[in-house]
Design a protein around this ligand. Structure first.
Ligand SMILES: [Zn+2]
Length: 175
């Protein structure tokens, strides 16, 4: 299990509306011990034990104070897939996350960068076929705005439900 805890900002709203990456139980426990967070709720039947301590895994945490996280769009595998709606940018078929790769349009060996403008979602077959050939994706990649990613997230919930243990909460991508 990896999608375990909802992190709220100091204003009581989710830190991010991007239902992407996760606050897993280990991070949730670490945060609850080391940071200024309030445990709002715990999993009723999920207890972790060390030789000296046992504690319930938090299901909702809230930061003690408000932190603005909003304008930052992290370049990550998950966010690239989300920008491209889990769609291979060469064959335009939709895949599950496990069957997708990040493809460098201008290959790394020709100094293509790992950034929003040079990386697209590709299925394994297309990635292999393309290799370092000069094949362009159907759509030129651009850096998405946060608003765009949120929109994509809201319209692709069904696609990552298969990947994640989505539990009715917004999942959080921490920086
Ligand atoms: Zn493909």
């Amino acid at each position: 299990m990896s999608q375990d805890c909802l992190l709220l900002n100091g204003n009581g709203r989710p830190v991010s509306y991007l239902p992407l990456s996760v606050l897993n139980w280990k991070t949730a426990i670490k945060l609850s011990i080391t940071r200024d967070v309030i445990v709002i709720k715990e999993h009723a039947d999920w207890i972790v034990r060390s030789p000296s301590v046992e504690m319930k895994v938090p299901s909702i945490l809230m930061l003690q104070s408000y932190h603005p996280f909003h304008s930052y769009v992290k370049f990550s595998r998950t966010n690239v897939f989300l920008r491209d709606l889990y769609t291979c940018q060469y064959c335009f078929d939709i895949f599950e996350k496990k069957d997708l790769t990040m493809d460098h349009v201008v290959p790394k060996c020709r100094n293509g960068g790992s950034n929003w403008e040079n990386v697209v979602t590709a299925c394994k077959t297309c990635n292999l076929q393309k290799s370092d050939k000069d094949i362009r994706p159907k759509v030129d990649p651009v850096k998405p705005t946060l608003k765009h990613l949120i929109y994509q997230g809201q319209h692709s919930i069904h696609l990552y439900l298969t990947d994640h243990d989505y539990c009715g909460h917004y999942l959080i991508q921490l920086k």
